[in-house]
Design a protein around this ligand. Sequence first.
Ligand SMILES: [Zn+2]
Ligand SMILES: [Zn+2]
Ligand SMILES: [Zn+2]
Ligand SMILES: [Zn+2]
Length: 286
Amino acid sequence: MPPRELRLSLAQQLGLVAIPEGTHAGRAPEASEWDAARAAWRERGSDACAICLEPFAISAQVLLSCSHAFHETCLAAFEAHAAAQAAAPEAPVVAPPLACPLCRKTEYHKMRVTDAGRAYITAMVVRIQAWWRSVSQARKYKALRLAAPPPAHPTRRRAWLVDKLAATSDAMLAAVEATHSEADELCALIDAQLAAARSPHDPKPPPLPPSLSGTEWQAVYLRALDRGCDECTICLGSLADPQRPPTLLSCSHVFHAACIASFEAFTLEATPTCPICRAPFAKHAV
Ligand SMILES: [Zn+2]
Ligand SMILES: [Zn+2]
Ligand SMILES: [Zn+2]
Ligand SMILES: [Zn+2]
């Protein structure tokens, strides 16, 4: 907002009434005057905006030449409100000049300042540093408390030793439990692998010898004739020997009756299988 022109009254223009102090008569204040205004504001030690009563924090802030400071937005709202009042139909013909909301000094000049913002940031940094220092010191103290007993304090020393002993025994128990469960897992793994390795060799329930009808025996006999075997593969003797009657098996292999009987007596299997084709068999005299 451009600085307002100083509108002197007729009495002021004629020198009958003194021009109020600090109006600067419309001229922008010198740097030294700004320094004085800022020093006066700091001396007052106010860190809150007098319009909204909130702390300045990091919001934009303006210092007036009368040494009062406000939020930039608060002062803009105040000026807009004053301008609206001056333009209202019920306003007096000669509108009152715009004045500082605190000291009513007219013809003030404004300067954006960051003093309160910087002070706020510094305060926050100090708070963060203090918090971090307390956290790190608490950690250090905790580590120290675990590492060394409190010196020359019998009660606290005793409590520390009790805690330490409890922690040590807990750690030992946990270690034992951990190794125990590892050993259990290893045993279970070995058992599972052994079972998997054995499964192909598991003894199956012995197959039952087939029971054949008369016509089926006839078919088996024809297959044996087709093969044209005339020798017992157990004793390599002739099957045509009248002293030694042959026996037909359901798998169509033929042996001497005495040979297959002694084979059955000799074998370890619960259900004997044919010495040639390993099929469980039923016998039929031929
Ligand atoms: Zn404010
Ligand atoms: Zn003021
Ligand atoms: Zn034989
Ligand atoms: Zn056979």
